[in-house]
Design a protein around this ligand. Structure first.
Ligand code: MIC
Ligand code: SF4
Length: 636
């Protein structure tokens, strides 16, 4: 068996290890963060489970940390209280980004983790099967339910050789993105193997696993070896170590090879993580802003490299440089060893240990700016400035770029090497334990509104096509997030006015005028974030079905969980038979679903009949018929 199969086999509750068939997995650990957490906990509360049934559940507060009104602080107070009451640990704001802190303090080889954040696979760097999911799936797992998913295909990513020329872990995953694209990983687990794995530290492996999310992959997994043991030992948790490797004769569904020695620094160009070019080819691009941090590249090793490059120098006069260490552990150690002073000395603006600019929580660049970031997503408008061009690079490239004021290839400079400490400084005093807070009462501020009610699937679903979108629409398009909107993550009626705004600012008004309708889209609809809001807001606006050429995994299950039909064109050309404003009828979805894998849609305006695909397991058929997973649970 390969590693993926081993972990799945050890957690299998139902189904078989046959690619594409539905499996149920026992979930050992869960994590939530605050921007998806409020909804996840409202849903969890509605299930009436007194205490979580997982081995470990942690609620992180790391996204909505700009408190420019009462809303975010209200949400923090709600999350802290509801989590402690139900047996969940709380990582307070300031303690760090969920994925970085989870890697340091809680990740364990061979365990399963799901999180209400698409970058949960970061802990795959520790040999966990770590999967991003919608808040509702995480709520269900906290209540003891398995996570259901299609048995993924397993792709072996064979790493050869060793990184040189200041190429970094970030360049490895950018290379995989260049090879496979943002939809290349859908339905797959990327399993890393080969002699090159041994040359990578755990944080480097985590960087690669993190951006597997950008491939659309279900998860990314590394072996657990002596490097893993050393990292756990340095975190004071050697007892959590177990070795994990693929059998010598393990089989894989696909294979990709990356020669680390041949890699040179890369950059993802605007506006997609797979628009990858060599940094050298971009050397004339003048840069206004450089941002270093995010769950992809904010480890101690990343920050030490940045400090080594910046030491004794000054950033270019036209550049604004921000640095956000990934956790309080990283920040503390940077400050103790003096590296923080080198970063500050060069002119960096040091931000708190949180997601910050990665999710548009401040630091939006100026009009038409070029912003170079060590983050994982450069989707259109995500920085908060729609006219800005965002490039994604390694910390090494970012640091040199900040110094020279234009995209700068670190391969032209001496190799930067840093070594990880034998022991990390551990201080978990910002992680609250439920056993110490037994009498917590749930605090609910006025910003917290109930989540919208789903509808049972009915015959004769009719309505207008409200929008026809292109390929690769992200959840950042469907439900934009920035410092102005994130405070309303627990207020769906408010957010509804911004649905699909970057694609068409009139969409929401049109949906309201027509009392709902349909969305039509191309390939990979809903890629990116796990935010369930990208389903809850359309639900609130009366969207009953989305017709697309294909869907991203998490978004598709968020739609099903909330009773919205995700219908795939069997013939992608059928998309061209539908125009905005056309009237569609789905005459009998309940019996179409009962009978098989297709749903018939009629375009009343043109007279065309369009056969769409909807492949559902027996369990999901019940969910769809009932109008979502909570409704299905109640009707059992
Ligand atoms: C993101 O990187 O897009 C986020 C913000 O972390 C999201 C979660 C959210 O929208 O709250 C994600 O990746 O799932
Ligand atoms: Fe936070 Fe950015 Fe990572 Fe999402 S991708 S969890 S916003 S740091």
């Amino acid at each position: 068996m390969n590693i993926t199969e081993k972990i799945i086999a050890a957690h299998l509750v139902c189904g078989e290890l046959k690619a594409g068939s539905e499996i149920g997995l026992r979930i050992d650990q869960t994590l939530t963060q605050d921007s998806t957490g409020t909804m996840a906990y409202l849903q969890f509360e509605s299930m009436g489970v007194p205490k979580v049934k997982t081995e470990l559940s942690v609620a992180y507060i790391d996204h909505n940390t700009l408190q420019s009104g009462f809303e975010n602080a209200d949400d923090h107070a709600y999350i802290q209280s509801v989590a402690l009451k139900h047996g969940i640990r709380v990582s307070k704001p300031g303690n760090g980004i969920c994925h970085q802190v989870h890697l340091e303090r809680f990740s364990r080889p061979g365990k399963t983790l799901i999180g209400s954040d698409s970058h949960t696979p970061t802990c795959g760097g520790m040999g966990m099967l770590a999967i991003g999911a919608g808040g509702l799936d995480v709520a269900l797992a906290m209540g003891g339910a398995p996570l259901y998913l299609s048995m993924p295909r397993v792709v072996k990513v064979e790493l050869k050789g060793k990184l040189t020329h200041n190429a970094a872990a970030k360049d490895v995953i950018l290379e995989v993105l260049r090879l496979l694209s943002v939809k290349g990983g859908v339905g797959k687990v990327m399993e890393y193997a080969g002699e090159g794995v041994r040359t990578l530290s755990v944080p480097e492996r985590a960087t690669i696993a993190n951006m597997g999310a950008e491939l659309g992959a279900t998860a990314s997994v590394f072996p657990s070896d002596e490097t893993t043991r050393a990292f756990l030992k340095a975190q004071g948790r050697e007892e959590d170590f177990v070795p994990l490797a693929a059998d010598a004769d393990a089989c894989y569904d696909e294979c990709v090879t990356v020669d680390l020695s041949a890699l040179r620094p890369l950059a993802a160009c605007p506006h997609s993580p797979d628009a990858v070019k060599p940094v050298k080819a971009l050397a004339d691009v003048r840069v206004d802003q450089v941002c270093i941090g995010s769950c992809t590249n904010s480890s101690l090793a990343d920050m030490l490299k940045v400090a080594a490059i910046l030491k004794g120098k000054t950033i270019a006069p036209h550049v604004s440089l921000t640095v956000s260490p990934g956790s309080r552990q990283v920040l503390t150690m940077l400050s103790r060893c003096g590296a923080l002073a080198d970063i500050i000395g060069a002119g960096a603006r040091v931000l708190e240990c949180a997601c910050g600019p990665c999710i548009g929580m401040g630091q939006s660049p100026k009009t038409n700016a070029v912003s170079v970031r060590t983050f994982n997503r450069n989707f259109y408008a995500r920085s908060g400035t729609a006219s800005a061009d965002v490039y994604l690079v390694s910390p090494e490239t970012a640091a040199y770029t900040a110094l020279y004021g234009k995209l700068t290839d670190p391969a032209d400079f001496p190799q930067v090497t840093v070594s990880l400490p034998q022991t990390f400084e551990v201080n978990d005093n910002l992680i609250l334990r439920p056993e110490d807070h037994a009498d917590t009462e749930v605090v609910r501020g006025p910003n917290i509104k109930p989540f919208p009610k789903t509808q049972k699937l009915t015959k004769n679903i009719t309505g207008k096509v409200l929008i026809v979108c292109e390929d690769n629409i992200t959840t950042d398009h469907i439900m934009p997030s920035n410092s102005k909107l994130l405070p309303y993550r627990s207020n769906i009626p408010y957010l509804a006015d911004y649905c699909l705004q970057p694609v068409d600012p009139a969409f929401s008004a049109r949906a309201k005028e027509n009392g709902g309708g349909f969305i039509v889209a191309g390939q990979n609809y809903g890629q990116g974030s796990s935010r369930e809001h990208a389903a809850l807001v359309p639900l609130y606006l009366g969207i009953r079905a989305v017709l697309a050429v294909s869907f991203a995994r998490i978004h598709k299950s968020n739609l099903i969980n909330n009773g919205i039909l995700p219908l795939e064109f069997i013939d992608p050309q059928d998309k061209n038979k539908i125009r905005e404003g056309d009237e569609l009828i789905i005459a009998d979805a309940p019996s179409d679903i009962e009978k098989g894998d297709t749903v018939i849609v009629t375009n009343k305006t043109t007279g065309d009949t369009i056969v769409t695909r909807l492949v559902l397991s027996e369990r999901l058929k019940k969910v769809m018929q009932a109008g979502g997973v909570l409704a299905a649970g109640k009707s059992e």
